[in-house]
Design a protein around this ligand. Sequence first.
Ligand code: SF4
Length: 369
Amino acid sequence: MPKVTFPRMGESWRTFKMLMNDLGNEVVIPPRPNKRTLDYGVRYAPEFACLPLKILMGTYVETCLEGAELIVTSGGSGPCRAGLYGQLHKKILNSIGFPVDIIVFEAPKSHPVDFLRKVNRLNTSRLSYRAIWECIKRGWEKLKYLDDAEKLTHVVRPRELEKGSTTRVYRRVLDWIDTAYTMKEIKEAGEAALEAIRSVPQDPGRNVLKVGIVGEIYVLLEPASNLEIEETLGNLGVEVRRSMFLTGWTRDNTVKETREILTVKDAAAPYIPLCIGGHGQESVGHTVIFAKEGYDGVIQLAPFTCIPEIVARTILNRVSRVHNIPVLTFFLDEQTGKAGMSTRLEAFVDLMRRKKGHAGNLRAQTEAG
Ligand code: SF4
């Protein structure tokens, strides 16, 4: 039985762990990225590689030290480095003494046969296709509840009466979803988790700001890579809506693009009509949509040296002017610190509050006059 591992992206590891176990593999759970992870990543990855490549490099070294023999990851298409990650990681790991192999899953919609071949390789229990399909359905259900629970914390946290209570409840309910196994258990645990988060005592009348978060997928999905920006914003009284979750991304890349992503691309089209790799086009499209929906601001999360997000950043200046929405960009690398980020966020929140207050005063004067 091979020891399998995979990248850590938020809480999705709980689903992948279950799926890999079901297929008959022993799993080495990737640890939450920390200083040690980054140290390994910086030591072994090329200096100008983007942050996700470095963090994953560090994660793989940590899991290889725990005995991982096979890495399962996803590929990438379009003109950016994501498509090369797998091969690069494997070469580096082999060169530093880890004889690890890597399976890179490409989008099944464009590589269906390759997808099935790779599933078969992981299927050491020799399950039938029907049984595999049942495992995938359970995994999908679990992933949906994990995403829904996280989304709900973004709404509840800025309204909580006791600071930190949402995060405390969220951490607890993650274990409920994690230990659920059958479809019935997953649904029950998921519903109970959502109810527990909803029940956190709140002030429904609180005047919260609404901010959209756009950017590259890894730094959006893994809180350790963005220094828990969503939690910090929630604690500052800001409701965030992240433009991407793993369930949404999977839907768009498994069979065919959903109506939602096509709407985002339409919104981006006047500024950036082509896919430039990564998520640059989506960052622009989502910002336009957030502006039209009346959001108070947008935050872009971009790994340092990420070309698609650098291109998007230059275009977002114009989007910000045309749609009158403040946009703040964080370029993240191993030097980024939480204290500096918090200071910039506080200033941004202040700016949005003043802008909102000013707009409210103008509206009141117009109505009175
Ligand atoms: S999207 Fe950006 S961060 Fe992600 S692989 Fe491409 S260049 Fe690197």
